[in-house]
Design a protein around this ligand. Sequence first.
Ligand code: N01
Length: 656
Amino acid sequence: MTEGDLPPTLDDDTLAAFDRVQPIAASDAEIEAAVRDADLPALLAALAMLTQDPALLADELKPPSPSMTARIAPQGGLSAEAQAKARTLATQALIRYRDAGCPEAPTPSPEWLDRIVQFLIRDGHEDLMDLLRHEVNVPDDRGAPGWHVSDFPQAAGTKVAVIGSGFAGITAAYRLKQAGLDFTVFEKNREIGGVWWENTYPGCRLDTPNFAYSLSFAQKQDWTQQFSQQPEILRYLLDVVRRTGIRPHIRVNTEVESLEFDEDQAAWKVTARTPDGSAHVEHFHFVITAMGLLNRPHIPDFPGLASFKGEVVHSAAWRPDVNVKGKRVALIGTGASAFQIGPEIYAQVSRLSVFQRNPPWMLPTPTYHDDLKPGIRWLLGHVPSYGRWVRFWQFWIGVEGRLHLVELDPAWQHPVSISAGNEALRQECLAMLQQQFADRPDLLAHATPDYPPGAKRMLRDNGTWPQMLKAGNVGLVTQGISHLSENAIHTTDGQRHEVDLIICATGFKAADFLYPLKVTGRAGQDLHRHWDGDCRAYLGISVPGFPNLFMTSGPNTGVVVNGSAIFSSECQVEYTLRALRHVLSQGHRTVDCRPEPYAQYNAWIDQGNETKAWAVAKTSSWYKNKSGRAAQTWPFGMLEYWNLTARFRPEDHVLA
Ligand code: N01
């Protein structure tokens, strides 16, 4: 899919149009039916904002919001009685709103917003209010830089390069455009979208709800599913690019190969490979990397791989001509990618052999593949800011998420779990496994992880993975791969598995941040040599000695059980714009992080990670680097990261 696949013009090609809703023409009965499907706490909040009716915020309707276990309490844990009352009040409020002619939503006073948050979330919520305004105060883009380069005449001529045009690159480009800066986005692929352009494997979809996995400044109301499929997400990104007007700044088919800091010019010398294969060299004062983290395929160096005569494809490099029909297929890996591919293809192949090293823990998600309920879709399309409140509500539920269940209790004695909470989570997941494999104890033994939940990414399951494993033409291979030959994979038990096609769902070079970009900072220092395989950064964004360079999705910013990567990358971009404001407004040319705050920050991060399941457990995962340090993961809540990046700290930098 490319830009050409979008409709030529829309009625309203603006970002604001994403938020626009239709006036209500539905009957009372239709409204009542829609409300039956609603996420009630979010609907009460949206209607309270719309109508300012205090009855919608009655104490008895306040969601108790129990902590998350394997499951999320439906409707914030409201009793059946409270739910019934909430539905009646919401229906009446919508009917009154319709009868009044669907007036413009008033801008809520700070006191009223405060009251809604007190109802929805908690008392003593001051730390949340900025975020709330960022997320819900629709008419005002709270993430906007709030400054324009023309405010600072000394900053005229400042140029910024953005590397990558996935979610983070698009965010950076949009914010730079709002600030009026001269910027160029370099994209190695022939279209924007990053991983959502590259990953086209069968079954590719989100496993984080798209209300959270979308941009705060582009809240689409007409998602068809809660866990959207790849084409819908790519289409969304294409649409955002069009509506933000950043397309003319994007150079596709142009891969940045190296960055070299030029002290004289106080700028980065950017060398990029152009579509005709020639090198393009240009200086930019600032560089924002938006290269993603999980996009450089890792294909294990299996002995004999080169002698294999069949086809080999990596999940993230799927080609349209790969045909699985009637073939003997090997699926190597049982991570998030394999989990989506296997169930999608097994019915088409003659034989599917799934090569598993470690089974994943599965989170029960019965509605994983379902369309959004019609009532929810109707509410999203007709109730102003309902979608934003759903997003904020989901953020709140997920802000700590399952963090409390993956924290080590040093006094806890158990061969697998690491705390009482972790054991409770394990038991919940075990119960689901036991139920799903009740008829296949042989598979149950192999599908049961021997490490604590949270040590690796937990995968969503609605029953399709177990169903696939039980199919007559599917075999689970748990012996290690010893080597490959012309037409077979050989395992360490001496078995030979004949295959025509190998799908490597074997993950990415996640520990090698910015790979394969060559970055040469001050005094000729090479960033990869400096890191030596153990990547670190201040706030996940900057590294001392590499001035004017800002990363998104950098070291220790990956969220494991509590949030979305899109949220973090928006934090990183908004922080970067704050930093640029400071530098440009003060007439500085360079900003370089000081070594002490960098070291302190990383010590604090390491301390946080050391007590988490992903660091404690011995099992392999992409969260850890070769030295065993958790270099990818953010160990705290998302609100903490938001607050940490909300302010640029000049005292932590050398400004010159
Ligand atoms: O990769 P992975 P992934 N021999 O690294 C196995 C995101 N994502 O592409 O578990 C045999 O998780 C390895 O085995 P083990 C998401 O953040 C999101 O699946 O290490 N097997 C493992 O089973 C996810 O976490 C979505 O023992 C080998 C698998 O390959 C991340 O991307 C969808 C092996 C690799 O799993 C990565 O997921 C897809 C070897 N030599 C991905 N080497 C969404 O839905 C590795 N393995 C948004």
